[in-house]
Design a protein around this ligand. Structure first.
Ligand code: ATP
Length: 588
């Protein structure tokens, strides 16, 4: 496929405000691709240069993109800078300058998608002194051979600002439509994605061996599995009933989720976060322990990494564990703040895929695969057959400074990438009432009045994720809970992702001063969930009112870097919490 053809599809994607239309456009686009190029097309559409867990972006700085546009069109860099100041979009500037280019290239070569992908990879992998000139050269070569529309997307992609608004779920639906003939086979594609977290691989497999091939995608070392998540219930009785009278109950540690992949032969260990970010660098000590404390040649296991004082047996607060998320001095920190991994699941060992085995078997295999006495321990647990046992275990956990408990269905498979009742959490912060916090995605912001204008931020329009529709719905405006420092840094981050219109996957009846790309998550506390016509969360064609928060306030220390937009609290969870709230009131 020529990059020009891909660009035409991107124009259409940008123009639509309907998600279903997006699926159709993407599916049309995928059906034009041959197997060798489908993964590149998917990655470019996602704005990356490989599976998103590798996080490889081109990352060209604005200044260099300006020079490249100037060189490719025969203008002065100052002309480009001026135009950029006016439009605020270097992609549009590139389009304008290539259109009025003073240079006529005689041997214009039409670029394919794969050509562009390879050149972008080359830019991303060029480093060291003097590398900037090399990067600009590659960019100029691409621009001189491209049409104005192509240059719009080349520049946006190179800057990491493609922002087509197509989320993973939308791409998955389009893949299902393309390769299985309808959206109905979506679960097969979703399942494959949950196992390998690599949409390029899913697309390529579909293109080469159809849905049957996609259904055969299995767990692979060093490709993170999308994590299983827990549902909530308000009481021990509810939990036991849901679990059928017997379940395992584990302590819920408030640290960082860590998925450890280790290959002894390959001398390689990697750790992925809840969000599938590679956080190996944060935990050199756990990597080392993986080789010495695990009795296997290769393994994928999961646990919670948490600062823990082995002498006093004290669990340290989340804020201390997260301090490892720094670039420098991790080695010193690892001595000062020892972290332990409390392992709770095993998904793969020595070539054997354990995802479909029952929890109890996975746990037993975990216990025999790890020594358990070093840095890697096992999550504490009991097998409970009465609500009283669960209650006592919960109280005990809270007394130790833990977050609460996670009950687990002993016969359940590992449910990758989904929030299901095979895991149910009960946290100390909520015993029925809405004192649980919510993770909301920022959809827009208000400038505010008075003193707040100086920060460029007065309040946020925040939303939840509707999993079944793959859209973001508004649930609250948030104006309190910010410190001055937070306001100014949030203001800065939001200005960088500002959009000129409401994105296609957002549903809202209110309009903030500025829309932003749904990207950042903040944690919010509220007194209550109420029904309100102002917000679209949970609104259906039959109902006038959606759900909203009463007295919302920001509690996270700024943006939560461990979650992405689709990890926000979901519409379904809000409705469940609303119903729980009512039940508790009735029983009181
Ligand atoms: P939360 O903010 O409550 O951790 P979450 O959305 O990140 O919410 P949940 O599905 O609600 O995730 O809760 C599961 C999380 O709890 C896991 O992601 C993991 O990080 C953490 N956790 C701590 N201890 C355990 C345990 N023993 N078993 C499973 N998960 C645990």
């Amino acid at each position: 496929m020529l990059f020009d053809e891909l660009s035409q599809y991107y124009v259409k994607l940008e123009e639509t405000s309907s998600r279903l239309e997006m699926v159709d456009i993407l599916s049309d686009m995928f059906s034009r691709a041959v197997p060798e190029e489908i993964s590149s097309i998917i990655y470019i559409t996602q704005g990356v240069l490989g599976p998103s867990f590798e996080g490889l972006q081109v990352g060209v700085a604005e200044k260099f993109a300006e020079s490249a546009i100037a060189m490719a069109s025969g203008y002065h860099a100052e002309d480009v800078v001026k135009a950029f100041r006016k439009s605020g979009d270097l992609g549009l500037c590139a389009e304008e300058f290539i259109k009025k280019s003073k240079l006529r290239s005689l041997s214009k070569k039409q670029l394919s998608v794969v050509d562009i992908f390879r050149s972008m990879l080359k830019i991303a992998n060029t480093s060291g002194t003097g590398s900037q000139a090399g990067k600009i050269k590659i960019l100029v070569e691409m621009l001189t051979s491209s049409s104005p529309i192509e240059s719009r997307y080349i520049i946006r992609f190179a800057l990491g600002k493609l922002r087509l608004g197509a989320g993973d779920a939308t791409i998955i639906e389009a893949l299902s439509k393309t390769y299985a003939g309808s959206r109905n086979s979506k679960p097969i594609f979703e399942n494959a994605y949950n196992i390998c977290s690599d949409l390029g691989k899913v697309g390529e497999t579909a293109s080469k061996s159809g849905v049957i091939g996609v259904g055969k995608i299995r767990v692979t070392l060093f490709s993170p599995i999308r994590p299983a998540l827990a549902e909530r219930l308000p009481t021990a009785e509810n939990i036991l009933e849901k679990m059928g009278g017997k379940c395992a109950v584990e302590s819920k540690y408030d640290g960082l989720r860590a998925q450890v992949h280790m290959s002894r032969g390959g001398r390689r260990a990697r750790i992925f976060s809840r969000n599938l970010e590679d956080i190996t660098e944060m935990f050199p000590d756990i990597c080392k322990a993986a080789f010495s404390e695990i009795k296997a040649d290769s393994i994928i296991l999961e646990g919670e990494a948490i600062s823990y004082d082995d002498i006093t047996g004290e669990f340290r607060p989340f804020q201390e564990t997260i301090q490892r998320k720094r670039k420098h001095g991790v080695q010193e920190k690892s001595e000062e703040l020892p972290v332990h991994l409390f392992a709770f699941d095993l998904m793969y060992i020595d070539g054997e895929d354990l995802m479909a085995k029952p929890y109890e078997e996975r746990r037993k295999r975990l216990e025999s695969a790890v020594s358990g006495a070093g840095l890697i321990r096992f999550s504490n647990r009991i097998i409970a057959t009465s609500a009283k046992q669960i209650e006592e275990y919960f109280n005990n956990a809270v007394e130790q400074g833990l977050e609460g408990i996670v009950a687990k269905d002993m016969g359940s498979v590992y449910v990758a990438g989904a929030r299901k009742f095979s895991w149910i959490k009960l946290k100390r912060s909520y015993r029925g009432e809405l004192s649980d916090t919510l993770d909301l995605v920022i959809l827009g912001y208000y400038l505010g009045k008075g003193q707040r204008t100086e920060f460029g931020l007065g309040g946020l329009l925040a939303g939840v994720y509707n999993e079944s529709k793959d859209t973001f719905e508004t649930v609250s405006k948030i104006g309190t809970g910010f410190s001055e420092k937070q306001m100014s840094s949030l203001g800065k981050s939001l200005r960088a992702i500002r959009l000129t219109k409401m994105p296609a996957r957002v549903e809202s009846v209110v309009a903030p001063d500025f829309w932003v790309e749904p990207k950042y998550i903040v944690t919010v506390r509220a007194d209550e969930i109420t029904r309100s016509p102002m917000h679209t969360c949970g609104k259906t064609q039959q109902s006038d009112a959606g759900y909203a928060l009463r007295f919302p306030r920001l509690v996270s220390d700024g943006i939560r870097t461990d979650k992405s937009a689709e990890d926000a609290t979901t519409t379904k969870e809000i409705i469940e919490m609303f119903n729980l709230q009512r039940k508790v009131r009735v029983s009181k």
